[in-house]
Design a protein around this ligand. Sequence first.
Ligand code: SF4
Length: 343
Amino acid sequence: MITGITVKHKDESQVAPVEDSWRMSLASAVRDPKILLKMLDLSWEEYQEKVYFPDKFKLFVPRSYVHKMKRGDWQDPLLRQVLPLTNELRAIPGFSEDPVGDLKAELTSGVLQKYQGRVLLVTTGACAVHCRYCFRRHFPYAQSSPDKHAWDNTLATIKADNSITEVILSGGDPFMLSDARLQTMCEQLSAIPQIKTLRFHTRIPVFMPERMTEKFITWMDSLAVQKVIVIHANHANELDAEVAQVLHRLNQSNITLLNQSVLLKGVNDSVDTLAHLSERLFEMQVLPYYLHQLDRVSGAAHFEVEEAQAKNLMRALRNRLPGYLVPKLVVEISGKRSKQAIV
Ligand code: SF4
């Protein structure tokens, strides 16, 4: 949906330009578990036994993603990533609200530095989906975000440190910002002499490919720095023809594409699933980069795969795939100066 495609409103006589279609997708996203289950022919009565209506971090999923799920299947790997369950309410030792030490790593509002030469900007708290295992599900976005008022401070902090050569735009999802806001941020960052690379961590190409308009990609391609987009796909079923079309277009530009996944129980904790994911990504010219062991965030313990099983999966994956299709299994430990490889 990136060129020459229009989107019809309810009134068939009105046709929205493609630039607006992603905002319509956001407006029509599913927020009510009852509606989600109805769309999937799943029984509400059955769900009520394990229901969870969170006050914060509520269900939020675009309809196009729901359409990729298998109807009538509680175990669908895409459904499991978005459906709030009562399991999230269990307090489990070792799981916390800030599992990777984001708050300790904050240099100034919304600017995190954990590793040499790079800083990460929490650009927004908004996402196109609420992933139930998200390690920032409790992050205090209202207080910690380089919003317009703190932006000058952010720029000054980065400019003052010549060792910073790469800025990672994260969130939330940086592609949830308006074109105008993101352009201002990126152009000002690119103008800092020592900045060589802008990296974007995003699920938007997978969850809302219509946001990746031709105008947006052309602008991004024109930025006078190296660009890396790290998408986040956990299962091959997420990568349909629309996603492929956007990734193909990105591959025609000067943007490096990588994928990061999270190893999730009941979603992708099998060799077949991980192998299919890598193969599907490669068909779309995206290299698998990281497979993250779950960050131990409160509410997500039911997604954790034990380390011994994770190692076995990696051994089997290495036996099955060429090396360039095997992601690195890593874990982030608060206070460490790099991600820790699990081998
Ligand atoms: S898109 Fe990323 S930041 Fe947003 S909820 Fe999912 S994992 Fe968290």
